[in-house]
Design a protein around this ligand. Sequence first.
Ligand code: ZN
Length: 351
Amino acid sequence: MKREDVKDYKKNIPDNNAGKNDVAEGDIRHSSGKKYKRPVRRKKQNIKSPLIIGLIFSALVLLVIVCSFGIDKVMNGNADSASADVVKKETDNASGDSQHESETSEEISKEDETKDETTIEETTQVQSTTAVNTSDDKDEYPGVKKVYLTFDDGPSSITSDILDVLDCYGVKATFFTVCNTSESAIQNMQRIVNSGHTIAIHSVSHKYSTVYASLDSFKKDVLDMQQFIYENTGYKTFFYRFPGGSSNTIAQCDIGECIQFLDEAGFEYFDWNVESGDATGNMIPKDTIVNNVLSSLGDRDEYMVLMHDAEPKKTTLEALPEIIEGIQSRGYQILPVTENTKPVHHRRKNN
Ligand code: ZN
């Protein structure tokens, strides 16, 4: 009940009684028409009226005070419980956020996607999440603990050696490639496809200032690299990885718009949830790379490992056998990215 209603309630009590008196007097005037009755009734009223009016008035005042107090108490009680609800919700949200903060980027991105549905970008993310769930339903390896080995920035002179190691263990990986027009690089691209690995798009130039200069330049970079791969391998790939990841803070253009473009054009992008650490410099000790990967494997069913097959990353090549053996000994299957792979998406830090 609102305070305005309380005022009306207070106002109505005396008005109703006044109305009754009016009606009673009217009845007397209009229904009786007998002159001897009117003085008698008036006399009785006159004798007791000060006392009755006083009592009625006191009772009404008391009633109004009691009602007012009671209603106020109810209203305050409701307000308190409403406040408590808000506090509880805020507390729940806070604890939920902190819980998600401690989880991997994949689940963080899910939280992120469902949190802000007001912007176009976030709406696009939600749609993308739906697609991810659909992919889950089509999982060609249900119940299998999966690790995806991914190599960025090749092909280079070490790519053929990496392919040799993968062949030796009979495992397939995914290569997010850049535009290298050398004959050996193109042969490696063809070998990647012919050997059953997955070839994917990384960038033509891999120069942030060029790729992310605008949405148009981003589109051109993606489509040109797709075309380059197609012309040299006959395979049209729709798998993509952002240079620097989708969480990079370097892009001048809106990553949300880039993602919207990818989604509408039928691409899927893949970030990672395990870092080998080989991007922090060249010649990172082999054991460090091995340990970075294997120590990241926990209870999850899916890990996507970021590695590089650019020419200087020779210790990545050296680390690869121990990485593969370590992954397999922990009960994981090493698989290439396919259209049924659940993508890992980072929480976006840009826009
Ligand atoms: Zn890269």
